[in-house]
Design a protein around this ligand. Structure first.
Ligand code: HEC
Length: 109
């Protein structure tokens, strides 16, 4: 019985810890999205400000991470990619910032 209780407590701690970490990433991502000027092109809530630019809100998190990395590195390039790649904020994004911004964007409904 004691063992079960300890196990339950341990898993409750794990769950609440990852929930907190997740909320932290979302909050950080929300701030970064504005700080790094993403909103000027992709809209304040991930709904594109310019009709020909992609909306990002509600998109799959891993997909967003991959696209930002590929645009930053130059692996993804087509007619419009340079518009984003040329932004100095995009060039300086760290892996963690990319992850946090993507977490935030994927949570927008
Ligand atoms: C100067 C305008 C501009 C800024 C600033 C900008 N982007 Fe973009 N972004 C674009 C354009 C244009 C595209 C479409 C690129 C293409 O066609 O390949 C794009 C594409 C993307 C994509 C891929 C979307 C998809 O559906 O494949 C993601 C993700 C993204 N941007 C995230 C960001 C983030 C995060 C920031 C801030 C760090 C940012 N962008 C800043 C213009 C911008």
């Amino acid at each position: 019985m004691k063992k079960v209780a300890r196990l339950l407590l341990a898993s409750a701690l794990v769950v609440s810890f990852s929930a907190t970490a997740m909320a932290g990433a979302k909050e950080r991502g929300k701030k970064l999205y504005i700080q790094k000027t993403c909103h000027t092109c992709h809209g304040p809530k991930g709904k594109a400000a310019i009709p020909t630019y992609p909306s990002l809100g509600g998109q799959n998190k891993q997909y967003l991470i991959n696209q930002i990395k590929d645009i930053k590195s130059g692996k993804r390039k087509n007619g419009m990619t340079m518009l984003m790649k040329a932004n100095p904020f995009v060039q300086k994004l760290t892996k963690k910032e990319i992850k946090d911004i993507s977490t935030y964007l994927s949570k927008i409904k």
